[in-house]
Design a protein around this ligand. Structure first.
Ligand SMILES: [Zn+2]
Ligand SMILES: [Zn+2]
Length: 253
């Protein structure tokens, strides 16, 4: 496909005037269910192994808590790197992640549209990755601490896109527990995420809690990765393009 045709295809899709854009298919729901089941198996196996052994001591619970905290933080960091990658590289035709790249591009032009999408339609790609990557770990591993870490990391990573959608959702439409988690800074808030949708459109990529944005942005970690990638493989990230109308919100959004 020529570049002109590809741009036309992307532009026509990113108008988001088609009802089907918001709806999850049965395949999306199947991958989402598989991803949720995979995460639950990790967590359940971790708990069952602990319950089946000697009564767990304080050291075991401390290790499990630290593993969960580590999984939560690494998921935030991973969500930032993932979001940065799909925002800046690849195209609608990239294998596996093409639909994500296209969706993120449309999200920058219509930020509130993500709130109208079915959850399975948002999460199915990451749910598929979680299923394929974590199910074998669930089968092989019998380490309850490691399984606890994997379950929290995979669960938070998979739901990072839902946390992102909730950040864009009007507060009156949020479940009270979600609003409380946002207020506590445990999951992403719009006041924190808003900077991603403002010039220069190259910061605040993390979407679990957003805690790692400060490190990635102030230390210019992602900028350094962009420069390194450009030097090694000669590919420019989309955030270097100026003026960058692709990232600018349209209309009422
Ligand atoms: Zn983005
Ligand atoms: Zn956003």
């Amino acid at each position: 496909m020529s570049e002109t045709m590809l741009h036309h295809k992307i532009n026509s899709l990113s108008t988001i005037d088609d009802e089907s854009w918001y709806k999850a298919t049965w395949a999306h729901r199947a991958w989402f269910a598989a991803g949720c089941a995979t995460v639950l198996i990790s967590l359940a196996k971790s708990m069952l192994i602990i319950a089946a052994g000697e009564p767990a001591d304080a050291w075991t619970w401390l290790q499990l808590t630290l593993a969960a905290v580590l999984g939560y933080h690494l998921a935030d960091l991973g969500s930032g790197i993932y979001h940065w990658a799909v925002d800046n590289y690849g195209s609608a035709e990239t294998p596996v992640f093409g639909s994500q790249i296209e969706s993120f591009r449309a999200h920058h032009q219509h930020p509130s549209a993500i709130t109208k999408c079915d959850t399975a339609g948002i999460l199915y790609t990451l749910a598929g990755v979680v299923t394929v990557a974590v199910l074998p770990i669930n089968v092989v591993s019998s380490d309850p601490i490691f399984l606890g870490f994997v379950g929290v990391f995979a669960g938070c990573g998979m739901f990072s896109l839902k946390f992102h959608a909730w950040a864009h959702t009007p507060r009156r439409k949020l479940p009270p527990v979600v609003a409380a988690l946002q207020d506590a800074g445990i999951i992403l808030r719009l006041s924190h995420h808003n900077a991603h949708h403002r010039p220069p459109y190259n910061s605040n990529y993390c979407t679990v809690s957003g805690i790692w944005n400060r490190v990635l942005d102030e230390w210019k970690v992602l900028v350094a990765m962009e420069v390194a990638l450009f030097r090694v493989i000669g590919v420019r990230p989309r955030s270097w393009a100026e003026p960058n109308s692709e990232w600018t919100p349209r209309n009422q959004d």
